[in-house]
Design a protein around this ligand. Structure first.
Ligand SMILES: Nc1ncnc2c1ncn2[C@@H]1O[C@H](COP(=O)(O)OP(=O)(O)O)[C@@H](O)[C@H]1O
Ligand SMILES: [Mg+2]
Length: 304
């Protein structure tokens, strides 16, 4: 069964609707799936999530969450979904336990009633339960915000950039928590600008300038990348990048960690490339084949 169905959804802002934030997006998410919307700042992720959680009206198209239409049945959806906005939704002047009680109360439930669902997450912040939310670290705020978004036992959880601005350890812990929630049957939609989080999702949608460029498992998305990618480095990475992009056999080159990822045109010759780069003055050259990552796929799709 499909948990989320999005059909040609669109949203524009401005007096003349000149800012097209979401452009005729369609995709579906199955029940129990962990689905990632991956895209840079301004891609339209928040606008999309706000429409799916009934906080923003679409201009065109339609969407259903757990069988309810986001416009016609908005009241049903508000009971069924959990939403963790990008910037923390917590009451900074309330303590940890007061925040949690508040969110339970507005959904007509109690913390005790649903404690089993948040237990694994909440025990980590429980020692600080009397501390004001505003005085928590980023990682702890994130855990509290997630607990608050879960306290009414939603069937679909929307997490808008939950790991932005959070340290690497907390990020890792957060994804572990999502795995546990998924095992409890909750459908999770999570947005992130971090490409390295793509591999932690069951399926992802790559989003850019209001459009979904591609949807699939991370393996399907990288599997669709057919060109050869070479990882190239030398003693002068800045000059190397210029040289690579000036070469006729190179489709595209961009820096990627320690190497420049270099997408080659068909029928390229590695020896010719090596000679060319040496002749340009590059020393300590390393040229090796690399597997495409989601980031490479994204780079390629963005250029089409
Ligand atoms: N309330 C608003 N009024 C005008 N423009 C907006 C508003 N909200 C978002 N935008 C614009 O819409 C585009 C998509 O924004 P957003 O949905 O926040 O993307 P993301 O969450 O991926 O960064 C951006 O160009 C942004 O500047
Ligand atoms: Mg956003």
């Amino acid at each position: 069964m499909q948990s989320v169905i999005v059909n040609n959804l669109s949203k524009s802002y401005g007096k003349k609707k000149e800012i097209k934030a979401v452009k005729e997006i369609s995709f579906e998410v199955s029940k129990g799936e962990l689905f990632g919307i991956i895209g840079p700042d301004g891609a339209g992720k928040t606008s999309l999530f706000r429409m799916l959680t009934t906080l923003l009206l679409p201009d065109a198209g339609n969407a259903a969450v757990d069988g309810s239409d986001v416009v016609k049945n908005y009241k049903d959806i508000r009971k069924k979904v959990g939403y963790m906005p990008g910037r923390f939704s917590l009451y900074q002047d309330l303590s940890v336990e007061e925040n949690l009680n508040f969110f339970a109360t507005i959904f007509n439930t109690t913390v005790q009633h649903n404690y089993d669902l948040i237990k694994d997450i909440y025990v980590q912040i429980e020692p600080f339960k009397t501390r004001k939310a505003g005085k928590l670290s980023g990682g702890m705020k994130q855990k509290l915000a997630l607990s608050c978004a879960l306290i009414h036992r939603p069937v679909v959880l929307f997490l808008d950039e939950p790991t932005t601005g959070v340290d690497a350890v907390s990020r890792k812990e957060f994804w572990e928590m999502l795995k546990h929630l998924k095992q409890q049957g909750i459908t999770i939609l999570v947005s992130t600008p971090y490409m390295d989080e793509a591999g932690l999702c069951d399926r992802i949608g790559l989003m850019q300038q209001g459009k979904i460029l591609s949807v699939g498992t991370p393996a399907e998305i990288t599997g669709a990348f057919k060109e050869t990618i070479l990882g190239v480095k030398s003693n002068n990475m800045y000059q190397l990048l210029k040289d690579l992009n000036a070469n006729d056999e190179v489709e595209d080159a961009y820096s990627f960690g320690e190497y420049h990822h270099t997408v080659m045109k068909p029928n390229f010759n590695k020896e010719t490339l090596q000679q060319y780069l040496e002749q340009k003055g590059n020393k300590e050259l390393v040229i090796q084949n690399t597997q495409p990552t989601v980031e490479d796929s994204f780079m390629q799709l963005m250029k089409q």
